[in-house]
Unconditional design. Structure first.
Length: 98
């Protein structure tokens, strides 16, 4: 299993736009081959801070996600809404063992 955790800081005036774009990306991503989980999380005490938790069966499935029309549309839409560049960190999933 490959997990990518993406940290995003959004400009305050773009939170609702970011949420809508991320909802559309989430809804399509959970139907991709190899997708195990795709969560969009918002920090409780700082609504400009988000975490995307993306779990795929393997690295090839995670890489394929970045070529999908919904991901490319999300990436383009949110680019100017970020207060700083997003940071994605990739992990190898150990448990649960899929």
């Amino acid at each position: 299993m490959q997990v990518t955790i993406v940290y995003v800081k959004v400009k305050p005036e773009n939170i609702s736009d970011f949420l809508e774009a991320s909802r559309l990306n989430h809804e399509a991503s959970v139907h991709e081959p190899g997708n195990l989980r795709f969560d969009v999380l918002q920090m409780d005490d700082d609504p400009t801070q988000f975490v995307l938790y993306e779990a795929y069966q393997n690295g090839a499935d995670a890489t394929a996600h970045k070529t999908t029309p919904h991901y490319l549309a999300w990436r383009e839409a949110v680019a100017d809404w970020m207060a700083s560049p997003r940071q994605g960190i990739t992990y190898n999933g150990i448990f649960p063992n899929q």
